[in-house]
Every structure is written in C-alpha cells, then in structure tokens.
Ligand binder design. Sequence first.
Ligand code: SF4
Length: 505
Amino acid sequence: MAEMKDEQILADVPDSPREECGVFGIYADGEDVARLAYFGVFGLQHRGQESAGIAVSDGSRIRMFKDMGLVNQVFDETVLRDLQGHIAIGHNRYSTTGSSLLQNAQPVICDSPQFGTIAIGHNGNLINTSDLRAELEAEGEQFESTSDTEVIARLIARSSESTIEKAVEEMMHKALGAYSLVVLTADKLLGVRDPYGIRPLCLGRLNTEHYILSSESCALGLVGGRFMREVEPGEIIVIDKSGLREIQALPTARHALCVFEFIYFARPDSLMYHKSLHLARRRMGHELAREHPVRGAHNVIPVPDTGTPAAIGFAEAARTAYGEGIIKNRYIHRTFIEPDQRMRDLGVRMKFTPLRETLAGKRIVMVEDSIVRGTTTGPTVKMLRDAGASEVHVRISSPPIKYPCFYGIDMAKQKELIAAQKSVEEIREHIGATSLGYLSIQGLVRAIGLKRDKFCLACFDGKYPIEIPDDVKVSKFAFEPKGAKADESKAGLLSRRKPKQPTTP
Ligand code: SF4
C-alpha cells in the first residue's frame, strides 16, 4: 500500500468533483422577497460555499449585498431589512473560472444604457470566455472581475436590442458552454438555460400568481413553493407584472444534463427529469452490487454523506447489513486552521473518525460516490484498517473519471485524474483496498432509468457534447491517456473547427 500522510485528511481536501454554483430567483408582489431568496440560497448551500449574494429590485432601483462565506454568515436581519422590493435573485458560489475573491462573487451587477441596472447569477462555465472578453475589450469594455459571468452581463448590457429578452437571446447566440442564469432588471426576472441544459434550472410557483426559479427543486419547498417544470434547454422564462412568458430562444441542441447531478451534486431530495435523485442513487448501489459483489462481507458502510444512498442500495441488493462506520464532522468545510504538529502526531482527524464498533474484525464494503485524484480514499481505507477492519472492499458509484470537465465542475486537470493514469488494479493498490470496483457507464445509465443521450458523460467517455476549443483544451489536457486519441477524435476533441452554436428555429 502506498504511504498516505494523515495531514491529507486532517484538513478538508475533498476528492469529489465540486459544483460551481446555485441560483435562485423570485417574483412575488407583497412578499419579503429578500428573506425568501435567503432561504432559497440556503437550500442550495451544497452547490457553493465560498460566497453568497442577493440582489433585490423594488421596481425602480436594484440593491445588492454579497460577501465571502456561507449564506448564514453573509446575511443577517439588518442586511435583509435593507433589501426591500418584490423581485430578487440569489446566488452561492464555488469558484471555477476566476479565483475565489469577493470581486468574483455574484450576483454580478452591470449598468446598461438600454435596460438600466441588471444583475445576474450564473451556474456553469463558458468555453469561449477569452474570445468574447477579447472582443469586448477591443470595443472598449473594461472588466472588473475575471469571471465569465461578467462577460455574459456585459454582452447583455451593451446590446442595442429593444428588450432585455432580445438582448439575452443575442447573448445566447454568442456564448458557448454551460449556463443556467437568473437575470434581474428593475421590473423583470428572467431564467435562462443553455441549449444543452448542462446545468439544471427549474421553475416553481408560490401561491397562484408568483413564480420562482431555482437550480434545484429542493429549494422550492423551503420557501413554500411547488415545482412546475424544468426550464428547457435554450429557453428564456420572463416573469413580470403581466405574468409569465416562455421563449424558446435557441432550439434544444440535445439534452446533456451533467450526470454528476444525479451521482453526487444535487441534493437527494431534488427531482431532475422527474426522477428522484435519492432513488436513482440507491439503484446505483443495486447495480454496483450486481457488477461487483463481495462474498462474505459483514457490513456495507458509506463515505458520508454523499455515498449514503448508494451504500443503502448496495446493502439492499447484496442482502448485507448496512451500518455507519465513518462519522463526519459536518462543519469541516469552513475549517481554515491547519492542525498543529502535536495534533498530526496524535493522528487527530478532523473530517472523519472511524466507528470501531462497526469495523473491528469485520469485512467491510465501503461505498463512495467518486474518486478524482485519489488523495482521500487511501487515507480513509487506512483509517478503517487502523480501526480493526480485516478487509476493506471499496465500491464507487460512478465510472472512473478519465477526462476533465470544461463546463463548470472543478475536477482537476487530466494529468491529476488518477483513473487517467492508472488501471483499476493499480488504483486498488494505491489506495490499499482489498478490492476495488467502479460502476460501469451502462450500470449508471440503467440505474437512472433514462437514455444515455440525455446526459453529458464526458468525464467518463471523453465525448464532450459541446466541442471544446483547442486553446481551452490545452489548459487541461496536459497529456493523453492510452487509447484516448481514438475517443477524443470521435468526440471532436482533436478537431480545429470552431464550435457550432445552434441556430434559432
Ligand atoms: S464533463 Fe463530467 S462533470 Fe463536466 S458536465 Fe460533463 S458529466 Fe458533468
């Protein structure tokens, strides 16, 4: 077994893909919309923990507050009381494009000669940011941040179209990549989704005449709303005093929802494509147990919390006892203080501690949602062995991640992805597991119960639904794994053609 240092799990060094952002919007006359937006982004906290912000319009003026930190650290009663109005958007962020600075926190505000002040919250990542930014700078635009959201905001703000919805449509013809947006003007709320629907966005209702937009349906119930439907890829939803309008601005290119929403990102109580994510994750556990059974196991345990539904499913299908074997400190993600040497010497673990009662002398199946770099799975396996587990069989409820993401998920460069460098057996040896099994792509798709072409699976198969420009590719493809050339060629990755944008019907 490769030697792993305890420090690797003393601090919070997550080894799962990280979601970029959550967005929320509400139009509700007579309601305290800032407070509702607060609860909305609070319900989406799992999508981003670095900064949070809310912008509110009272019909003539937009006020905004944003800061670094968790939603409940950024806002208090005094701040919310100052955000008066009837339309609000909210955002929480985990940075991918642009570093983690307040200037990159959202919503982004921009003044437009045509539409007044506009505020935008964005979940996703554009793949032609540098081209668009260079074009705008050549035309005299000066940027205040390094984020692609400001590029979107400035494209909309400088438009000479007669309405904000037409300006957004114009932006959609230029922007390539993943974007689910909430857009606020003095008198309108817009929801916008890219033509591939890579990042989620749904529409809900509050009472009979008020509307909500949210990255996930779990936040709708939190403010007393109910789910209506998902915003379609390429669609603009416009909400104003006359009600709701739907504009199919670009044709749906193909549905390519990020499959990691199903595996890990979204909250298990959310619905996507009308499917319960909790049940889909349990079925991933069923499939995993069928594909990689473990004979004579005593207990199936999850790596909490995201491995839990798949571990329950594995235990159900394998008819093996399910138990807690790892206790997670729920507050670890805000720990910036490094443990001192004495704590390191004592092997104090801040994120996970083992439950010896479940582990000692037992053959354990440990279920985890994914392995990215392979930095935390090994120390976790070692922790179980140190607590007395006689065997540790690791089961992963996603296929091996071999390709980087360009659509807004932080999961390292290709050379850092352990499955791009090592075989499954080499990874097993590296993490010190008794055995290792990954869910297959077919098993994953079967578990979700929808067709494979409804999803982006590019980090598993290298087939990117939106062609990645060469200059962007270079940033993450430092080397090619064996056999990757054929896959990439099929996926158009080696092509020098400019990516195609769907056209208006
Ligand atoms: S490449 Fe992977 S993480 Fe990125 S959008 Fe596609 S499935 Fe999701």
